[in-house]
Design a binder for this molecule. Structure first.
Ligand SMILES: N[C@@H](CCC(=O)N[C@@H](CS)C(=O)NCC(=O)O)C(=O)O
Length: 122
């Protein structure tokens, strides 16, 4: 497999190219790359194959596995590297965090797309 050449324990983050005046146009890539940097997990960027097996971006390859969806990737890497930043939360706090994540990822982020189209068309 092409991305296995990246080496053991190296995350390859596949995504669209960076924005002109933002680190990235995709909020999902912003979230995932911020997590990788905070968790100090080694990663490389790939802009040549931005859409993964499920046709969405971002996705990663990691030790021969292909994983899509920024949240599932963070949960997977959190377990692998013991870098789950929610692990110290109570069950109630985890439930609130999950509600906010769904509000942001599934609903509010799409209103941000007006801003993205402004940047792209500028
Ligand atoms: N839940 C996914 C959402 C990813 C997503 O919707 N990415 C957009 C780009 S920002 C995409 O790939 N859209 C293509 C499509 O929906 O066909 C995640 O967190 O990674």
């Amino acid at each position: 497999m092409e991305w296995a050449k990246a080496g053991k324990d190296m995350v390859v983050l596949h995504c669209l190219p960076r924005g002109r005046i933002t680190p990235h146009l995709s909020p999902f890539v912003m979230k995932l790359e911020t997590y990788l940097r905070l968790a100090k997990i080694p990663y490389k960027l790939d802009f040549t194959e931005p859409f993964g097996p499920k046709g969405k971006s971002p996705w990663i390859t990691f030790n021969g596995e292909e994983i899509g969806d920024s949240q599932l990737v963070m949960e997977h890497l959190g377990r692998q590297y013991k870098k789950d930043f929610s692990s110290k939360l109570t069950e109630e706090q985890k439930a609130v965090a999950r509600a906010f994540y769904i509000l942001m990822d599934e609903h509010l982020c799409w209103s941000d797309m007006n801003y993205v189209s402004y940047i792209v068309s500028d």
